[in-house]
Design a protein around this ligand. Structure first.
Ligand code: AQP
Length: 338
């Protein structure tokens, strides 16, 4: 079989497992909008099947899935330009994941740091789904023959595994059927850190709400969290090298750069020499200016959940036009009687 000419196609997803936060926005959502607006065919997904790898109250999961869809749309994802879906409405994701469970090796999965982080000390009690998560993620991407996946830095290892699975499938069956997808991890905010600890990433599951800025936080809450963000006593440097051993300072400058669409060096040329007491209010004003319109639009969209459901239903129909033939071809390659 010859190498198919893979058309450029972007896929990425976010778990509806809690409130969207600034890390999700800068590391993922904002960049999804950039890809969409470059005219690349894009599929964006609420990965609800991933969310249940840890316990989710059914009513909360339903709410979070709709709220996440509202977050995508409010951030600029246009359902007329991009395909917007929730994973469970496109069954080919889970079907291909089973095939990939049989391609991926136990040793590969055991090396996944996210499983170790999330399972913690009690790995025996973790769900089998949490362990197999990266095979489902590979299926999410490869069921579209996606060529590019914009993600935050934390997903790099899963993207490498996706390439390993594609390469092993292609090798084992003597085909060049799945592309070796490129991760797209770029910009100043590929790893937004906790506001309380510059060595930990900002995360939905951090028990401290003060550690993150939620997309649904109001202006006062955003300003208070930034005011209380951990920093050091020194003034801000004028060049990026001066941030090397200052994780909290680096984090706030990176956030400023990403929100204002400027390189870090340009930001430091402007704010170098300032104390945090001067810089933090500027950062808070910028964050409120950028995030408030999004949270207001999310709230408006959430007033009409049936419209969100309709968008996701239509997205699933469009998605299946891509996924059904790719699954069929996969089954044919591996010898399933059709
Ligand atoms: N702190 C972050 N900085 C930059 N990007 C981030 N992403 C997540 N956290 C940061 C990116 O957001 C996308 C969706 O992430 P996800 O919700 O699917 O998975 P996650 O990494 O598990 O998110 P959280 O907030 O860290 O959730 P929990 O706390 O449940 O683990 C991905 O592109 C991710 O890189």
């Amino acid at each position: 079989m010859t190498t198919p000419p893979f058309v450029p196609r972007v896929f990425s997803g976010i778990q509806p497992s809690g409130d969207l936060h600034l890390g999700n926005y800068l590391g993922a959502l904002k960049r999804f909008v950039d890809a969409q607006n470059q005219g690349i065919q894009s599929i964006y997904c609420m990965v609800d099947l991933h969310a249940i790898t840890v316990w989710q109250e059914p009513a909360d999961l339903r709410h979070s899935t709709r709220e996440l869809a509202a977050g995508f749309i409010a951030s600029g994802i246009d359902p007329e330009k991009s395909i917007l879906i929730n994973q469970s409405q496109v069954p080919e994701h889970a079907q291909l994941a089973w095939v990939f469970n049989c391609v991926a090796r136990m040793g590969w999965m055991k090396r996944m740091t996210q499983f170790k982080d999330k399972a913690g000390k009690n790995a025996e009690a973790a769900s089998l789904g949490l362990f197999g998560y990266p095979a489902l993620m590979a299926a999410d991407i490869l069921i579209y023959h996606a060529t590019h996946v914009p993600v935050g830095e934390d997903q790099k290892q899963h993207l490498e595994l996706t390439r390993d699975i594609a390469a092993k499938f292609n090798h084992d069956y003597g085909v060049e059927f799945f592309p070796l997808t490129e991760p797209v991890i770029e910009g100043p905010a590929t790893r937004v850190m906790s506001l309380r600890d510059g060595s930990k990433k900002m995360s939905k599951s951090d028990p401290s709400d003060a550690s993150r800025i939620n997309m649904t936080d109001d202006a006062d809450t955003i300003a208070r969290k930034i005011r209380k963000a951990k920093t050091d006593p020194d003034a801000l440097p004028s060049e990026a090298a001066g941030l090397a051993d200052r994780p909290e300072a680096r984090n706030l400058v990176n956030i400023y750069a990403a929100l204002s669409d400027q390189p870090v060096d340009a930001v430091l040329a402007e704010i170098g020499g300032q104390q945090f007491g001067t810089f933090k209010p500027q950062l808070a004003d910028l964050a409120v200016a950028k995030l408030s319109p999004i949270s207001q639009e999310m709230a408006r969209l959430m007033n009409d959940p049936s419209e969100i459901d309709r968008i996701l239903g239509r997205g699933a129909e469009q998605a299946r036009e891509i996924t059904a033939p790719i699954l069929e071809k996969t089954y044919e390659i591996i010898g399933m009687v059709r």
